[in-house]
Write a new protein. Structure first.
Length: 542
């Protein structure tokens, strides 16, 4: 380690608002990063880690201020640098990778333009030189056939490919410091492992320092040299990563290390009535080409899948992005066209029209991955939850609806008075509880849960898993649980289907899948998941 830090934050505070109404979200923290070192800022949502990191590049909104402190980069205080000086630092000396590439990348610009923009800005290369550099960067971050990807738009790439493009943009000018803000949170476990290995490899080649912002301690354990643990805007523990994990001193650090979903699902009744079943289900999307748009092939998103789901049972569907998991759920809900019989409570629904399906919708509900995107910011919580009641129970009066909404909020662990507030006033975990309440208010029999915990802190994940188990046991609910997070699947699911490229490659009881997987693909998924999270305890599923 260098004798003097590359970057040093001293006594840093961050506040939002002015005067007496100002709220201090970071309070007098200090941390430093040496050249070539990886330092992790760890903590739950709201701990102040992202705000602290964005302060380095002065990316916070105008409502933010720094009541105390300084951020020294090679001895110069970035908080007091003028804008031209900051523009010379941003993207050239210090770069950042954000959590969600789909919202960070511009949907209207090609990959070539977005990677090339930062190169032209800082290096002033010609068009031809810029294109060569873009291809070189895309190759370095593992994008196959980069020449063919230059004209692609973000939506035409997978999640892992989009994150690789973000890394290419961040590394375009060989920065001295890379800030990685939750770089793998929304990715499949196998893609997570690939991205982390890529970052380590590029860091070693380029000799750059890295500030890693994350709530995933598995990532920290694999990547970081030193750790700063943040809680409520303060640093409560720091030390070498190995020492912090082996001997955590602060109760909050111990809480984070232990806060992964535990336990097992409620015991399933094998004689319970069948809620949902499908036989040889197919969802094929046509590929059309030519002037007459003839069908030349099909994308086989779901290809010949059969399943049975009983009351009180959870069927887990796992696999990488593009394996067909979500398409399967949408087909079972009759939200995309499919072939093959689907029966709900013994009644064939695969041939029903939208009008015929509507009365069944109240019994078949869904909870989506992103509570930020699935809750309307313009509606109060009460209006969001009562929407289904207005459609399915039009004769219910306002007082009865309010009582039902309040009861649903209570059931998911929220104050009934919360129905008069807006989604932005709640944390991510609370918003997901609101999304669950929206599904539960109609008293369903079947709920599709599409990655409902992937965007949440581990401790909040554990709370949501406990809530889902309690609701299932109380109501006898049937869950279709779609996830790439195998820790959560193990804690919640009775039966597991492993999908790859639209087909089932392995299925069986959850305990059998996790203790004795048969297929190499399943073994790879499990190894990628548990090597990152519990390998230090010697608990490997393979």
């Amino acid at each position: 380690m260098a004798t003097s830090p590359l970057l040093e934050a001293r006594n840093l505070s961050v506040a939002f608002g002015e005067g007496d109404s100002a709220v201090r979200v970071v309070d007098r923290i200090s941390f430093d990063i040496a050249k070539g070192e990886t330092v992790a800022l760890v903590g739950e949502s709201g701990s102040g880690k992202t705000v602290s990191a964005q302060s380095i590049l002065r990316l916070l909104p105008n409502s933010a201020s720094h009541p105390t402190g300084e951020i020294l980069f090679e001895g110069k205080d970035l908080l007091r640098a003028d804008e031209p000086a900051m523009r010379a630092v941003r993207g050239r000396r210090i770069s950042i990778i954000f959590q969600e590439p789909m919202t960070t990348l511009n949907p209207l610009h090609t990959i070539e333009k977005q990677v090339g923009e930062i190169i032209k800005l800082h290096q002033g290369l010609s068009e031809a030189e810029t294109q060569r550099r873009v291809i070189e960067l895309l190759t370095k971050v593992g994008i196959r056939d980069p020449e063919k990807r230059l004209a692609a738009y973000p939506h035409q790439l997978s999640g892992g490919q989009r994150q690789r493009v973000m890394i290419a943009i961040a590394l375009a000018n060989a920065p001295d410091l890379l800030i990685a803000d939750e770089p793998t949170t929304a990715l499949d476990v196998t893609i997570q492992a690939q991205i982390l290995e890529l970052l380590k490899k590029l860091q070693s080649e380029m000799g750059m320092a890295m500030l890693l912002i994350t709530h995933d301690l598995g990532v920290v354990r694999r990547m970081a040299d030193r750790v700063y643990v943040m809680r409520n805007g303060e640093i409560v523990e720091t030390g070498l990563a190995a020492d912090v994990f082996a001997n955590p001193k602060h109760p909050y650090t111990r809480h984070l290390i232990d806060a992964e979903p535990k336990g097992a699902p409620p015991i399933a009744d094998l004689t319970a009535p069948v809620v949902l079943e499908a036989d040889n289900l197919k969802v094929w999307f046509p590929i059309k080409r030519g002037l007459l748009q003839r069908t030349v092939d099909h994308i086989k998103a779901v290809d010949g899948l059969s399943m049975t789901l009983r009351a009180g049972e959870t069927l887990g569907v796992v696999g990488e992005s593009g394996s067909g998991k979500t398409t399967l759920g949408l087909a079972l809900l009759r939200l995309v066209s499919s072939q093959g019989p689907i029966a709900y409570v013994g009644q064939r629904i695969d041939g029903m029209t939208n009008k015929e399906m509507r009365p069944l919708r109240k019994e078949m509900q869904v909870v989506f991955q992103d509570p930020y995107g699935s809750l309307s910011p313009r509606l109060t919580v009460g209006q969001i939850i009562e929407e289904g009641l207005l459609i399915q129970h039009p004769d219910m009066n306002e007082d009865a609806r309010r009582d039902r909404v309040g009861a649903a909020l209570t059931e998911v662990g929220l104050d009934p008075a919360a129905q008069d507030r807006y989604p932005h006033e709640f944390s991510g975990g609370q918003r997901q509880r609101i999304a669950i309440a929206r599904a539960m208010v109609l008293q369903p029999k079947f709920v599709m849960l599409d990655e409902p915990t992937s965007a949440l802190d581990q401790s909040v994940q554990a709370q949501i898993v406990d809530l889902l188990r309690d609701l299932q046991e109380k109501r006898g609910l049937a869950y279709l649980f779609i996830s790439h997070d195998l820790k959560v699947v193990r804690a919640l699911c009775h039966y597991v289907i492993v999908m790859q490229n639209g087909k089932v490659v392995e299925e069986g009881l959850a305990k059998d899948i996790f203790t004795a997987p048969k297929m190499d693909y399943t073994k790879a998924l499990l190894a990628a998941a548990f090597n990152l999270t519990v390998a230090h305890r010697g608990v490997l599923a393979t």
